[in-house]
Design a protein around this ligand. Structure first.
Ligand SMILES: NC(=O)c1ccc[n+]([C@@H]2O[C@H](COP(=O)([O-])OP(=O)(O)OC[C@H]3O[C@@H](n4cnc5c(N)ncnc54)[C@H](O)[C@@H]3O)[C@@H](O)[C@H]2O)c1
Length: 259
């Protein structure tokens, strides 16, 4: 029996079969979960195609995390596929070009606001929109988000780094406010992985210099999303029953090493 047997999950953020979320969905199904995917706008048709590559084709619903009407209607749309939710994966990040790439001192607030709205505030929006399906007498559920360590300043990551700092803080406040209803909220801080979102960060290859050298004591492979996905699956399972407001680093150990 898998560690997610009987669990019903909403998994956001599947864009390609390199997406971290795709591997969470794949492993979750292998571990026994029923999965619903969400996508948005023009990506809908791509996600629908990619969904066929999962062990079991998953339904794809539409959710732009910045769209109030879609958030409002999310629980009803989900009910057409599942009668409740035991877990939600937030695997969403976006920053306009002007907010990345070394333009930190000159980025306009509108671009920063977009990055924070899509990449940080959305954790709250998503969790609250799913809440009616996640809570009930004696029930527990799990919200998991994908983070990039925001404790330090990175080359080129700029306002996305600031958005990730907001994301980390949002997860703690959510854990505080949703804990009494049995909802755990945790993040996986992954090392760099070559996905669509990552490739859109100018200078992303510079991370190779940090992770590719000897700083990761157990090594790190930038083309392998599975280690981060496995941690997400573990956090969505019942195997972290008393862990909330936590950030699990899945980065080969880099976060804890000196230069
Ligand atoms: N790739 C990395 O190096 C890395 C490392 C650590 C954390 N992360 C985080 O992992 C998460 C997933 O990214 P990924 O690397 O798998 O890339 P990805 O490009 O495959 O996924 C990003 C997803 O965000 C979705 N998205 C963007 N704007 C949205 C909106 N308004 N509403 C709904 N969905 C929206 C996209 O459709 C896409 O599916 C992001 O939060 C990212 O910051 C990535």
């Amino acid at each position: 029996m898998g560690i997610l047997e009987g669990k019903r999950l909403l998994i956001t953020g599947v864009l390609t079969d390199q997406s971290i979320a795709f591997h969470v969905a794949r492993l979750a199904q292998q571990e026994g979960a029923t999965v619903v995917l969400s996508s948005f706008g023009r990506a809908m048709s791509i996600t629908t195609r990619i969904a066929k590559r999962l062990p079991a084709e998953a339904p794809v619903i539409e959710l732009d995390v910045t769209n109030p009407e879609q958030l409002e209607g999310l629980a009803d749309v989900l009910r057409q596929h599942v009668d409740g939710l035991d877990g939600v994966l937030h695997s969403i990040g976006f920053a306009p070009e002007a907010a990345l790439g070394g333009n930190f001192l000159h980025t306009q607030w509108e671009d920063v606001a977009t990055a924070v709205h899509v990449s940080a505030f959305s954790l709250k929006s998503l969790a609250v929109a799913c809440l009616p399906l996640m809570v009930g007498e004696g029930r527990t559920s799990s919200v998991v988000g994908l983070d990039f360590d925001a404790q330090v300043a990175w080359p080129k990551y700029d306002w996305m780094g600031v958005a990730k700092a907001a994301f980390e803080s949002t997860s703690r406040y959510l854990a505080r406010d949703l804990g009494p209803q049995g909802v755990r909220v945790n993040l996986v801080a992954a090392g760099p992985i070559k996905t669509t979102a990552a490739k859109s960060i100018p200078g992303f290859d510079e991370f190779d210099g940090v992770w590719g050298g000897s700083r990761a004591p157990i090594g790190w492979d930038m083309s392998d999303p599975e280690p981060a996905a496995r941690a997400c699956v573990a956090l969505l399972s019942d195997w972290f029953p008393k862990t909330t407001a936590e950030i699990i680093h899945v980065d080969g150990g880099v976060h804890a090493m000196g230069a």
